[in-house]
Write a protein that binds this ligand. Structure first.
Ligand code: ADP
Ligand code: MG
Length: 484
């Protein structure tokens, strides 16, 4: 029996680029010292009131626009009521019922393995993060630094058909959050967390009819894309096994968690025990209207995104799909490239420097492009030194490595390393004449068709310790032989 897989994602991403939290004036930044980044409202002290962070709403609306979602006419928030020690108010301020969310019913295109795919976005909404708790043997600690950090939750329809598609979508979203200056979207910092919903159905059934859908299993809080891939694939296998052994129909809708150690999903609770959150409109935040002018100005701020840059690199700059993909993957790398090109660098050569030498260096040293001494201006200078014949392309690699390792300017290094190439006609000609004078027999051999030309070039290089401009040297040798 063949099966079709249905996967729906709930992706949480903390907005890291606002100065303050979503409903309080506490700084929105990571603090090493627990509970050092809080205001009374984050602790739910009586009498404190939330104040909406306009920047956070703006970023949420920007994300909604990029996803092609319908925008609300008004913004208001709702309370999701539940008790947990990391939630001192006893509720989370969120957006649940449509049309409250910053975005509903979007249609979004992304690429998976070179193919364009479409996913329906159910909604994207703005909410506050809870505090974080850590559990030790006999006790737990709570850190309220995270309480009130702005959080975007994005819910898709179950339109992914494989782990590859789900992960490609998540990677596209991460890139969008980074390019649009909404979030660093760094899963290592816990900024991205996903709930993954998986079910299977017989492949000959009509998937447009929800009656044919299989029983949904939700895997909570997967915090890496690698984990998402593993969890989906594990769950598909597990569900197929249940099907084949006739036990699938007994399976209840359930919530599981991904366990890194055993590389398996583990049962947490049945959906039958689902909590009723008793949503109602948050009374402490007045509903406010979105002016078309404000929305217009937000739309105008949406920058060129990775997919657009990639298309430009391929169609206008003539880069390969492979190189373009590598360059746009990280916004900082793409920005570095854009700046180098803006200075006047050759688009293909600059791309080549990045994908071969510079990215290799970053990977090897496990550092990021913003941490290196090399700037777009320096890369352009090095490329220009080669272009103008001052150094050879072989020497330019050496200069670049020295810039990275010694943290010195390219021009200074060229001097220090004694690399300046000789491109002066008369200096080279003088040496060429001397070499030819010494070897009249080899000039004869050359005329008879024997390859002695490389020998002459080699002698000039020897005399100049490799500094003679190779193409100019060859040209002068040819001219001087012809003269004789
Ligand atoms: P719940 O009310 O249980 O949270 P929702 O209908 O809100 O369920 O859906 C939550 C997520 O589960 C969405 O991402 C949705 O696409 C996904 N989902 C719903 N039904 C299925 C299914 N049969 N298989 C896989 N994913 C599903
Ligand atoms: Mg849900």
């Amino acid at each position: 029996m063949d099966y079709k897989v249905m996967i729906g994602l709930e992706m949480h991403c903390e907005i890291s680029e606002t100065n303050t939290k979503v409903f309080s004036s506490a700084e929105n930044s990571y603090k090493d010292i627990p509970n050092s980044n809080i205001r009374p409202v984050d602790m739910a002290f009586p009498g404190t009131l939330p104040v909406v962070n306009k920047e956070a709403v703006k970023m949420a609306l920007k994300a909604s626009m990029i996803l092609g979602c319908q925008l609300p006419t008004h913004i208001y928030f709702e309370r999701k009521n539940y008790y947990y020690p990391d939630l001192p108010k006893g509720y989370q301020i969120t957006q649940e019922t449509k049309p409250a969310p910053v975005g509903s019913y979007g249609l979004f295109k992304y690429e998976c393995k070179g193919e364009e795919k479409t996913v329906r976005i159910n909604n994207i909404h703005l909410e506050e993060d809870a505090a974080s708790s850590d559990h030790y043997g006999s006790f737990s600690t709570i850190n309220y630094n995270r309480a009130g950090v702005p959080l975007l939750e994005l819910v898709t329809e179950p339109d992914f058909r494989s782990a590859d598609e789900a992960v490609a979508f998540l990677e596209t979203m991460r890139s969008i959050y980074q390019y649009a200056d909404i979030s660093e979207a760094d899963s290592r910092k816990g900024q991205i967390r996903c709930d993954v919903n998986v079910s299977i159905m017989e492949s000959d059934k009509d998937e447009t009819d929800p009656k044919n859908w299989g029983t949904k299993v939700e895997i909570k809080n997967v915090n890496s894309f690698g984990g998402v891939r593993e969890a989906i694939n594990y769950e598909i296998d597990r569900q197929i096994e249940l099907k084949e052994s006739g036990k699938y129909d007994e399976m209840e809708q359930q919530t599981r968690r991904w366990d890194e150690d055993s590389m398996s999903t583990i049962f947490m609770r049945s959906k039958v025990d689902a909590i009723d959150y008793k949503y109602f409109v948050e009374p402490n935040i007045p509903k406010f209207k979105l002016s078309p002018e404000w929305l217009e100005s937000i739309r105008a701020e949406i920058p060129e995104l990775a997919s657009e840059r990639k298309a430009k690199y391929i169609s206008q700059y003539g880069l390969s799909d492979y190189d373009a993909t590598i360059i746009v993957k990280e916004k900082d790398i793409s920005n570095f490239y854009e700046e180098t090109v803006k200075l006047g660098a050759d688009v293909k050569k600059a791309a080549n420097w990045l994908t071969s030498v510079i990215l290799g260096y970053l990977n090897k040293n496990e550092i990021e492009i913003k941490d290196i001494y090399l700037t777009p201006k320096m890369l352009f200078e090095i490329m220009d030194l080669v272009e103008s014949g001052k150094i050879s392309s072989k020497q330019s690699k050496e200069v670049l490595m020295h810039v990275l390792d010694d943290k010195k300017e390219p021009a200074l290094l060229v001097k220090e390393l004694g690399m300046e190439q000789i491109s002066d006609d008369s200096t080279i000609r003088e040496i060429v004449v001397k070499v030819l004078d010494e070897h009249p027999d080899l000039i004869e051999d050359h005329r008879k068709g024997k390859n002695t030309f490389d020998f002459f070039v080699g002698q000039v290089m020897k005399a100049t310790r490799g500094k003679a401009n190779p193409s100019l040297t060859a040209e002068i040798i040819r001219e001087e032989i012809d003269k004789r």
